[in-house]
Write a protein that binds this ligand. Structure first.
Ligand code: DX5
Ligand code: ZN
Length: 222
């Protein structure tokens, strides 16, 4: 795994052939499998849950599963995803009654906790949490759907979080999620992101490996 991780979001995969799609993106050089969980409550869409995560895990998928919870409440479902083979579990602070408790819960269940910040969510949420997190996810679209347009204010936010992570001295991944493409991935990397979620840009392209290679080339050309 390189310092920069590409995390295809299976939200844009062909769900009728999910196992093959996941194998294909891993074969194309993906570092993480980004797994979007939506509940038709916290976000206006409904996707996949722990059973699908477990099925991928049991298939022997050879990349860590990066679970992005867009659900409310959060805590009830955390142990299920831990059992289902998740590596990272990321949640939205607005969706949890007790953010610190949720972070602890994820850690206690042997997973790596992440906090996701929506476009209008301030960075204040990191004040008392960053020291306990393994990942910060900056949303560059409003959560709920794939294929939306990148919101440019995410770049300034990434820069600010990068400064905070560096000052903390801890190894915390900085992930950007939403509208990331070959054309803007370099700007995200320049702003300090090291983990790049891309759904439609990868699964909507005819050659997954060529797209992942083009993304890596953009990052390397920084
Ligand atoms: C949006 C999801 C994203 C989404 C990204 O709520 O969290 O992970 O799948 O899709 P693209 O890359 O198409 O914007
Ligand atoms: Zn996501």
């Amino acid at each position: 795994m390189s310092a920069h991780w590409i995390a295809p979001s299976i939200l844009s995969a062909d769900f009728a052939r999910l196992g093959e799609e996941v194998d294909a993106v891993i074969g194309a050089g993906a570092d993480l499998i980004h797994f979007d969980v939506m509940d038709n409550h916290y976000v206006p869409n409904l996707t996949i849950g722990p059973l699908v995560c477990e099925a991928l895990h049991k298939r022997g998928v050879k990349a860590p599963i990066d679970v992005h919870l867009m659900v409310r409440p959060v805590d009830r479902i955390v142990p299920d995803f831990a059992r289902a083979g998740a590596r990272f579990i990321t949640f939205h602070p607005e969706a949890s009654e007790h953010v610190d408790r949720t972070i602890e819960l994820i850690r206690e269940h042997g997973c790596q906790p992440g906090l996701a910040l929506n476009p209008a969510t301030p960075l204040d949420w990191l004040d008392y949490t960053l020291e306990k997190l393994d990942l910060v996810l900056i949303m560059s679209v409003n959560p709920g759907f794939g294929g939306q347009k990148f919101i440019p204010s995410a770049l300034g936010k990434l820069e600010a979080v990068r400064r905070r992570i560096d000052a903390s001295g801890r190894a915390v991944r900085l992930e950007v999620d939403g509208g990331v493409k070959v054309e803007n991935i370099q700007a995200c990397a320049r702003a300090g992101a090291d983990t790049f979620v891309a759904g439609s840009a990868i699964f909507g392209s005819p050659d997954y490996a060529a797209t992942v290679r083009a993304m890596r080339a953009q990052i390397a050309a920084l």
